[in-house]
Write a protein that binds this ligand. Structure first.
Ligand code: G3P
Length: 218
């Protein structure tokens, strides 16, 4: 499973990229607004850091507007993936731009049939929102499981991108179910690191190392 960060914060992205574990980035209008800079400035910088797929969302309400955004955004970098919300106009736009070689991430997916339609229209990724389903007492992980099964069964190449991830268990469960990508906020990414036994193990080894007689050759 690939690991994406769901943020437009360049410092967080650089930190994860330097660890060698970051495959891509997803953004949405809310996240770009938080960065306080123009979309083009933010996206170009992120693409240079991550050198992998970077999703940029269109807020156009017509297929024509979405296609226009897709063509503009994709000129910013070869790494840009255009995000369209799931809707009739989004499907039309996906069909058009995917034929031009522009990759589409169809977002705001809340049912397996939405994912199926997005795949049929040519989306490269679908983004089911796990956390927002959990928030309304509907198990988000069941949606991941169903979409993975549906795409496997019908041999779609569209990737399942688990989004709206709220904690590390979401990441683990999405991976075990066969999601192709998990995108998570930096806070969730960093919550995967600590373990008390890792911490105490490092402390003990460092302490014991200091008791070893010095080696003349080291
Ligand atoms: O970027 C899409 C998605 O990951 C948003 O998550 O936490 O706002 O539901 P959230």
């Amino acid at each position: 499973m690939q690991l994406f960060l769901d943020t437009a914060d360049a410092a967080s992205i650089r930190r994860a990229a330097e660890m060698g574990v970051l495959d891509g980035v997803t953004t949405n209008p809310t996240l770009v607004a938080k960065a306080g800079r123009s979309i083009s400035d933010v996206i170009v910088e992120i693409c240079e850091i991550v050198k992998g797929p970077v999703s940029v969302e269109s807020v156009a309400e017509t297929a024509e507007g979405m296609v226009g955004d897709a063509r503009k955004f994709s000129k910013l970098s070869k790494h840009v993936v255009v995000k369209f919300p799931f809707c009739e106009e989004g499907l039309k736009a996906t069909k058009i731009v995917s034929k031009e070689g522009i990759r589409v991430n169809m977002t705001l997916i809340f049912s397996p049939l939405q994912a199926w339609l997005a795949a049929k229209a040519g989306a490269a990724y679908v983004s089911p929102f796990i956390g927002r389903l959990d928030d309304i007492a509907t198990p988000g992980m069941q949606l991941i499981e169903q979409i993975v099964r549906l795409f496997d069964r019908h041999r779609f190449s569209t990737k399942v991108l688990a989004a709206s991830i709220r904690h590390p268990i979401h990441v683990l469960e999405a991976a075990l179910l066969g999601a192709h990508v998990a995108t998570m906020p930096p806070e969730v990414f960093h919550k995967m690191f600590p373990h008390p036994l890792t911490k105490s193990g490092i402390e003990q080894f460092n302490k014991d190392y200091r008791a070893i007689p010095p080696s003349p050759s080291l």
